[in-house]
Ligand binder design. Structure first.
Ligand code: SF4
Length: 281
């Protein structure tokens, strides 16, 4: 069996920084360390952080003392003002690529533009970006949402960072017809693009694809979606336990890719297992 591993896979820059900062904060502080939502969409990493004392809260108003870690997805602007008012220390791990989208939304909203975010309205990153334009953005995630965008003079289109380029281009083309003066910012992050491109490259060449990452991780799910376009046997698994060993037994070439929130140790476990199982000489 041949194993092809996607060149760009696993932890992205933003997630790596958030996990390292959280571990560092937990080493320095034995109590009252909170994160606003789970730091990443990976149960194994979350369990590790919880075992070191991290407490996950869903609302900033649930705490009034201690340190609160802002994850790479970012948060609405009012979280910063609340923290300042009650004296909470924020440890801000908002990824710089997400910050760029938040700032664009904020700047153009303040200049009278209607903001359209191409993305998933339930995703925390999109909820956060919307909070930088007074929660007045119009969220477009499919062609059915286009009619929510009013005809307007000034329109600014941004994207959730994990959106596929194909979907962003298709939807922004339709949205831009609603405005006279239109600013379009492709704010898809490079890490996402690189992972999607490397996944596409190897999915074309293999007989089965293993996509490793949290079942709730949107960027991992997108890698599985892309893989399915080029390969008929795609398995999205979170850990080694879920590896469909029997189905892989007679496969000649297996491709491996992993989402931006998948730690190296989980990827290595799976690669080692496959090598031991199928490539014993
Ligand atoms: S996927 Fe991109 S935008 Fe999101 S955290 Fe990683 S580097 Fe930042």
């Amino acid at each position: 069996m041949d194993l092809l591993i996607a060149k760009n896979s696993g932890f992205c820059f933003g997630v790596e920084k958030a996990v390292k900062t959280t571990l560092h904060t937990l080493n320095e502080n034995k109590s009252n360390v909170f994160s606003l939502g789970p730091i990443i969409h990976n149960e194994q990493v979350i369990n590790l952080l919880k075992s070191k004392g991290l407490i996950i809260i869903n609302n900033i108003k649930d705490v009034n003392k201690g340190k609160v870690i802002i994850r790479s997805h970012g948060v609405p602007l009012d979280v910063y003002s609340y923290a300042k008012n009650v004296g909470l220390e924020l440890i801000d791990c908002t990824c710089p690529f997400v910050r760029n989208v938040q700032q664009k939304a904020n700047e153009f909203f303040n200049n009278g533009y209607t903001i359209v975010i191409i993305g998933d309205s339930k995703h925390p990153e999109v909820i956060g970006i919307n909070g930088w334009c007074n929660n007045q953005a119009i969220i477009v995630n499919s062609e059915n949402d286009i009619n929510k965008v009013p005809l307007t003079d000034k329109l600014c289109i941004v994207s959730q960072t994990t959106m596929t380029l194909e979907k962003f281009q298709k939807l922004s083309r339709l949205v831009q017809e609603k405005g006279k003066s239109v600013k379009i910012f492709n704010t898809i992050c490079n890490a996402t693009n690189l992972r999607q491109e490397s996944t596409k490259e190897i999915a074309k060449k293999v007989n089965a694809m293993i996509v490793i990452g949290g079942h709730h991780s949107s960027n991992t799910r997108k890698l599985a979606e892309i893989s399915k376009k080029y390969c008929h046997n795609v398995y999205h698994i979170e850990t080694l336990d879920e590896l469909p060993v029997d189905k892989l037994r007679n496969i000649k070439r297996i491709g491996i890719t992993a989402g931006a929130s998948t730690p190296d140790w989980i990827i290595e476990n799976i690669i080692n297992y496959l090598n031991n199982m199928f490539n014993k000489s």
